[in-house]
Write a protein that binds this ligand. Sequence first.
Ligand SMILES: [Zn+2]
Length: 303
Amino acid sequence: MLLALVASVAVLVCALPSVALAYRIAADLPEFAGSESIGWRGYRVSFDVSPDADAELLTQALRASTGVWNATACTGLELAVSSGPGPAAPVAGDGRNTVAFVDALPGTAGGDTLAFADVRYEHDPTRDVWQIVEADILVDRTRLSATGASLELVLEHELAHCAGLLHVCSLDGSDGAPDCASTVSTSLMDPRYSNTVTGPREDDVAGICALYPPTCLSTCAPDSVCTLTGCRPTCAGGAGGVCELGEHCDAGVCAPDTEPPCGSATCDPARGLADDPCAVGSDCTSGDCDSPLASDRHSVRAS
Ligand SMILES: [Zn+2]
């Protein structure tokens, strides 16, 4: 409920202390009790935009919003926007992270929700950890237009959900979160939309950086350099002289790594689920594309 209580916030600012509430992550939810940190296994997460009359507008806003998070210096997380058209609509369990406009959000009739993120978690039995395997974002273009809310700001908030952040407080005090009614936060992850929050604040950044610390603090091979997202091969033809994740340098040109076929025993556990070559709902932790049990899946919808 990203838009709720905007007017009330304005009234309450004078009466309540403005405090920095601590960031919250999925590991704080009862269903993930015992977990220390839950995020994507791979540090590069790519999003598709569904074809739509406003797809270009959405793509541009998504590029700007991912860019805000990617500019965060203390994290190795890299959010990307696919260049080609995405699926016709977000489908939970299709293995693709899809962002789409809708004319009305399902299940929110009469409410004031601007957008929500469906985040899919799976339990990795090999490592005995929960991890995010898929995240879709739906944006209600009707309410967005009616309220004049910033699409980029809404996407920054939803992207943080997709990366694993929860709201810093709860509108009804549920999930063990502080009650939003008792305080006024300045966090991007406050469930109440406010145009006084113009991007991630210190606490939001701290949460992302705790989930995805820089990955390359040790030495890299002689033909690679340390970047925020790990060791990358140097290459004359690469952007900035470095190949992207999933690429190697071939005679001065960055070429995509060969994806092993789904179901083969050759998938690379080190690649992470963001580029998992395995099929939908599968995992690649042991060298095999194993399908987790249904009981090892869990979805969380956050607005
Ligand atoms: Zn939210």
